[in-house]
Ligand binder design. Sequence first.
Ligand code: B12
Ligand code: SF4
Ligand code: SF4
Length: 334
Amino acid sequence: MYEKMSFIAGRRIHVFRLLYHIFVQYQWVSIPLHPSHFQTNPAIIPALQKNPAVLLWNESVHISDDWRLDMDTSEIRRRIQSGLCAFVESSSKNALMAHDGMRIYDTPLMGIASANDPLFLEFRRPDVVGPDHLPPQEWLPGAKIVISYFLPFTKQIRDSNRKPGFPSEEWVSAWLDGEAFNNTARAFLADLMIGLGADAVAPCIDPRFHITALVSNWSERHVAYAAGLGTFGLHRALITAKGTAGRFGSVVTSLELTPDCRSYTRYDEYCPYLTKGTCAACMRRCPALAITEAGKDHLACSDYLDNVVFPVFAPRHGCAKCNIGVPCEYAIPV
Ligand code: B12
Ligand code: SF4
Ligand code: SF4
């Protein structure tokens, strides 16, 4: 086995060596093969080409023959989730170099939605997301499920941004480097599906992804809602079992797994303000006064980020005071 591992030596792969250990332990991988072994979906190639981490992953890891689509689906699901967790926990990119390697994200949550969930049609309503929001089959013909995940920020990153007012240096760096890492996590997950012989697209790193007037054609929070990860708050962030302070990612795939049940029926069920008029802590935290009884004004928030925060921290920005020091920061408050 170690002889085989030496095949991948000489590359910048200490992350993958650790993953390799984990995967070998669970017998997920056999020997690394040439990248041409992988059946890469043409739709994702441009995104992968922009993403060296994934090509590296592609070059160095091959899914073993004992991990195939005819396995028990709950076991496949378990392995995908532990693979994603191992990636987040071991990647050297999950760290702020400018802040002594402060870790950005803790262990992720993962949820699965059916690609045929009627919610994806509901998201196209103008009062939900809008008609530009593409359903899974438009991202990937033959799509069966959507895998969504939540990357919670670590305590150190959150604590740095606890004081009211301007965002911390660590927070704005975590906005920039954290989204770059999120892109590698998206691509990692897509590549894992491709390695399994399925097709996969991560919409937010696909060239067709766009945002028009603050509305995207693939809303990660709405997708996470469909996948059972949480519901919306007054601040319009999605409240998950690990709170709101973090980021979402997702992958559409032809892999067929059982979707997760949603433990809620209303889209605002986890926010006590929206259900019974109590809390409103996020309203008091917002330096831009963008959150009122009427909800959150995206334009006011965006103006503050672009015209107050960005000029000071460019190319970084961020704020999220509404996600920190509030009852839904770490958990579901109901
Ligand atoms: C454009 C954008 C912004 C805009 C607009 C914000 C927004 N919430 O839409 C601006 C610049 C203001 C912004 C700011 C921030 N953003 Co931003 N942003 C996005 C982006 C790129 C697209 C969002 C989008 O498409 N919105 C669509 C509109 C329609 O959403 P909405 O109005 O909130 O939807 C409401 C309706 O659908 C309504 N509704 C009515 N009827 C029904 C029925 C049903 C069934 C449902 C489900 C809903 C529903 O409920 C929703 C909530 O009120 C996403 C990335 C992505 N691809 O998803 C990140 C994203 C939303 N942002 C994120 C973050 C972290 C932030 C910031 C905290 C930045 C920072 N790091 O400091 C701030 C503040 C976030 C906040 N409090 O909302 C995270 C959200 C994390 C979370 N826990 O929810 C995302 C998902 C990025 C990521 N990859 O994780 N952002
Ligand atoms: S701080 Fe309170 S009111 Fe605001 S979203 Fe969280 S639970 Fe809802
Ligand atoms: S991100 Fe900042 S400005 Fe935007 S709503 Fe939250 S607290 Fe207000």
